[in-house]
Design a protein around this ligand. Structure first.
Ligand code: HEM
Length: 403
């Protein structure tokens, strides 16, 4: 037991719950308080878990797989037989070999190759609703764009399969019944397994899928199994879609509710990159992911036993007042060198540049056609939280036909 830290009737130091309605409703407040006052919190939910918070504490925990191991997964209280994501659930050096194999496909230069697809898909999506003068931004735009770029560009899967892939990803990440998230993984990996089998029979295209089909050896020198290859494609798919959807949603939500900042974004396209970067920080879409202790370990005066899960609270790095001045302010002029919204350490996000490109491109194209937009009166988007955040029912209004 440590000093209680009560927000919304819950003691976040000793009885935290990142899947609770209180966490969702008071996300910024809880996160900021944990960052400033509670380097290690405890949750008694299910088998129990710990939460490491604050810029320096989380960064230090993320630097080493001893004792903060990745095998064991990222989700607290997951089924021990849960679908294992690769590279997420491997430790270096095996994890590093997968990352190195695919690194070239996700550099700023590589992702720029797909800008034309992002422009075209943004325009096609806008065409569908611009004459109506309104849209439900998530279903009509944000949930579609990331997959429309990723699936054809990286995996070569047919566009018609997008809706069911997206549904499976959502279930894997956010099903309110945690045990049912495995069903989402099962649907997705079954689809991707079939896709990899098909691709094995086809001539190489020199893309990411070809590299995954070759794979990397494990630490004993054994070649990658087919199941591991499916786990890699699944990890990139799950990791990339819902997260980018949420970042698009918060970017548009912020601009729709801050007309003076929207005006500045329209007038100064040269600041788009830093605005997109600040959006990742101010609205962290992956609040926390877990590590499993490989031995007993003392952290900030609390002993965490071997085998327990500790959540690395990335959101608390983003909102730590000790690192970012006035962290709850959305500051267009903030200079962010390393954005903790993408994590720190060996598992730092593999797709950050792709997310940046997608959102900056969508913003440019959208503002050119629909510079004025507001939240539809009488509606309010719904937020959810857990290890990832999501937004639903986000209705926008704008002049029919655009500008
Ligand atoms: C706004 C968008 C995104 C956010 C906020 C985000 C956030 C994160 C975070 C915080 C981690 C670190 C997890 C950890 O250390 O436990 C991570 C890992 C990862 N991300 Fe992202 N991500 C985004 C977009 C993407 C995209 C577009 C892709 C790929 C298409 C992607 C693929 C991955 C993969 C494969 C990992 C695991 C890396 C490893 O374990 O080595 N992410 N992401």
């Amino acid at each position: 037991m440590t000093e209680p830290l009560v927000v919304a009737g819950r003691d976040w130091a000793n009885d935290a719950d990142i899947d609770s309605p209180e966490y969702n409703a008071h996300f910024e407040e809880v996160t900021s308080i944990l960052a400033a006052k509670c380097p290690v919190a405890r949750s008694e939910v299910g088998r129990g878990y710990w939460i490491a918070s604050g810029y320096e504490t989380v960064k230090a925990c993320s630097q080493s797989s001893d004792p903060f191991g990745s095998p064991g997964g990222v989700q607290p209280n997951a089924d021990p037989d849960h679908f294992v994501s690769i590279p997420q659930e491997l430790n270096p050096p095996h994890q590093t070999r997968w990352r190195q194999l695919l690194a070239d496909d996700f550099t700023p230069r590589s992702v720029r190759k797909y800008e034309a697809i992002a422009i075209e898909e943004t325009n096609l999506l806008i065409d569908e609703f611009i004459d109506e003068g309104n849209c439900e931004f998530i279903a009509d735009f944000a949930a579609q764009l990331p997959g429309r770029t990723f699936f054809p560009a990286y995996l070569g899967t047919p566009l018609d399969d997008m809706p069911r892939l997206r549904e499976a990803v959502l279930q894997a990440m956010c099903d309110p019944v945690i045990a049912d998230r495995q069903k989402g993984y099962a649907k997705l990996s079954a689809y991707l397994e079939e896709h990899l089998h098909r691709r094995e029979q086809q001539p190489p295209r020199g893309d990411m899928v070809d590299k995954i089909l070759v794979g990397v050896p494990d630490n004993d020198g054994n070649p990658a199994s087919f199941a591991d290859k499916v786990a890699v494609v699944t990890n990139f798919t799950v990791g990339g879609l819902g997260t980018t959807t949420y970042a698009l949603a918060t970017m548009w939500y912020h601009l729709a509710t801050h007309p003076e900042q929207l005006k500045r974004v329209i007038e100064q396209p040269e600041i788009h990159k830093q605005v997109v970067e600040e959006n990742f920080r101010a609205y962290p879409g992956v609040p926390a992911t877990g590590r499993t202790l490989t031995r007993d370990y003392e952290l900030a005066g609390r002993t965490i036993p071997e085998g327990d899960m500790i959540m690395l609270n990335w959101a608390s790095m983003c909102l730590d007042p000790g690192h970012f001045k006035d962290p709850l302010e959305f500051d267009f002029d903030r200079h962010i060198t390393v954005n903790p919204a993408f994590g720190t350490g060996a598992h730092r996000c593999a797709g950050a540049h792709l997310a940046r490109m997608n959102i900056a491109t969508a913003l440019r194209v959208w503002l050119d056609r629909i510079p004025e937009f507001t939240i539809k009166p009488g509606t309010q988007p719904v937020f959810t939280a857990g290890i990832v955040r999501e937004m639903y029912d986000f209705y926008l209004e704008f002049p029919a036909g655009g500008k």
